[in-house]
Design a protein. Sequence first.
Length: 293
Amino acid sequence: MGKILLGSHVSMNGPKFYLGSVEEALSYGSTTFMFYTGAPQNSFRKPINELKIQEGRKLLKDAGIDENKIIVHAPYIVNGANKTKPELFQMSIDIITNELRRTAAFHCKTLVLHPGAHVGQGSEEGIKNLAECLDRVFENDGTDVKIALETMSGKGSEIGINFNEIKKIIDLCKYKNRLGVCLDTCHISDAGYDITDFDNILNEFDKIIGLDKLLVIHLNDSKNPKGAHKDRHENLGYGEIGFEILHKIAANPRLIDVPKILETPYINEKPPYKQEISMLQSGQYINNWKENF
């Protein structure tokens, strides 16, 4: 078996911006990675021409990494599931539209989006609102970038907490070919799925949504047991899921072309990704590995 399509979230800061993102990913031994085109907590974005995109793309090409497999994550502040305040709903439409255009400018093909929260309106209303939001986005964005709706853990009034809810969102959207799924291992475990039999989960996903819609895996251990609805990521092997299960997911032949992205916590303010990627690529877990940090 060749190298797993595996990486992590990386930063994008000045002065190197995208070039720095690629350098960081390569330093971890990554074969893919995920980044934000600006701060995830706000909508302020630097102009595309300042972000050293061409330099980053050249480094990716030199390293033999397919830029089509690089993932962008949308900012957290959007909530297309809530229409109680029309101006905020419009803001979500505008931000998602802009992020799709920015993703295309990086020559990336996938934007991960949290489905949002219904904020007391009920999940059915939230699902309907998000489908409307996405239709209005896709009518005007002018790109071929796909949105990968992330599976959520079920905290608060989140929507998209199971495969059936994700399927309803896709079915209600006019532009179904522009939608896919980002499956987060921590989130689906916290939502109540039995992740110990991942092939069974893939079979269920395929039956309800279709494996061709699975665009990204977020590969995270969980601080909490199955069904906790908490959403707290843990480093590999230190959580309730465990390294063995996560390695089987990473190496699953049915997912060979699906990017797997680590979003595990920093340790003593340092990224753990080089160590975690090395263990996943080799299949060899190092006991108490965090003690080295």
